[in-house]
Write a protein that binds this ligand. Sequence first.
Ligand code: RFL
Ligand code: PHB
Length: 390
Amino acid sequence: MRTQVAIIGAGPSGLLLGQLLHKAGIDNIILERQSGDYVLSRIRAGILEQVTVDLMREAGVAQRLDREGIVHHSIELVFAGQRHPIDVHGLTGGKVVTAYGQTELTRDLMDARAAAGLTTVYDAGEVTLHDFDGSTPTVSYRKDGQTHTLACDFIAGCDGFHGVSRASVKDRVTEYEKVYPFGWLGVLADVPPVSPHAIVYGNSERGFSLCSMRSMTRSRYYVQCPLDDKVESWSDTRFWDELRSRLDPELAERIVTGPSIEKSIAPLRSFVAEPMRFGRLFLAGDAAHIVPPTGAKGLNLAATDVKYLSGAFIEYFRDRSAAGIDTYSQRSLRRIWKAERFSWWLTTLMHRFPDSEGFGQKVQEAELDYLVNSRALSTSLAENYVGLPL
Ligand code: RFL
Ligand code: PHB
């Protein structure tokens, strides 16, 4: 088998890259370790920056997103029992974010890929990358008891944090990492969102909380929890009580509760691997970087990597220019580090740290007070939240 670009991983990065390349007439095959159903069962991101929405449109897969995505003009911060709206739209000269689940975005991309008759090999085992330092890379994998080899011009490593692509160059990457001393317990429930017009980020004595949504009838909520907590020890009742206890009295009163349809705990991590190019292997999305979810940046950063990488491949195949692939790593990392900074900052501002002594807590309170009373700092939050210019 031969293709122009072998893509490892059928998460949002790999699928979006495949679709953009296909639109440009560039042949690609995706190899995915899991089944399609498994990929769709992972509940993750929910907030899209305009750059991500625009890329979905460019890829020709935004019909449902344009119909069902819910545009948000503001976010709300809750602390010391009070709500503080941040008018993101007004502070950024009209920019917005869109609530649309990663699961739905992935489904739209999978459907478009199937409709175009493009090859995705699901349940591909033992994916191994070869010869990407030379001009004729290959990827081998096991499927149905046989070993297959895929020859290609380029390999795109879109296989997430635990994938094989970054592992294949582990002696050549510099890794920067920060692990936070807590996780997020997330619950998905078919109940109307408590705040349909703004995502709510809460900081209370009991810890961080987040009220988000997938639609007018499906909500996504999170609470900060200890890293060693087990999902089984969180009954639905315990979760709803805890969430209510972390919000202001009016929001707490308005929460509509119901049975959870998904409940999971995610650790929080900041991580960057440099560089993102190794000969003919390119890393994109979570394969190269992780942000704590507080700033809603992970999926959006993955989309920007894909924008740069698809542009670079198109330049190479259409114009025979290597300029885009030569600058891909440097260009992506510049944007990534700004999103890393923002995600770290918002995480630090909104969570309770187990080891924070009195001084750290007081400084956090002062910064929150400053933030909601300063147009300058509110604007900084807003412009990072909607996504910095490309
Ligand atoms: P993914 O989604 O991890 O997909 C990688 C794919 O590669 C496959 N794979 C392999 N395939 C073949 N061979 C191998 N050896 C392989 N190893 C792995 C995997 O099975 C998988 O299908 O990475 P990708 O595509 O880069 O996408 C990144 C996003 O998923 C991620 O950044 C976001 O979900 C992060 N995130 C959020 N991002 C946002 O922009 N906005 C948000 O609101 C937001 N909220 C979140 C989040 C992530 C969360 N968790 C659980 C980490 C909320 C949470 C709770
Ligand atoms: C979500 O809807 O899952 C979500 C929203 C905002 C975040 C993180 C996750 O910052």
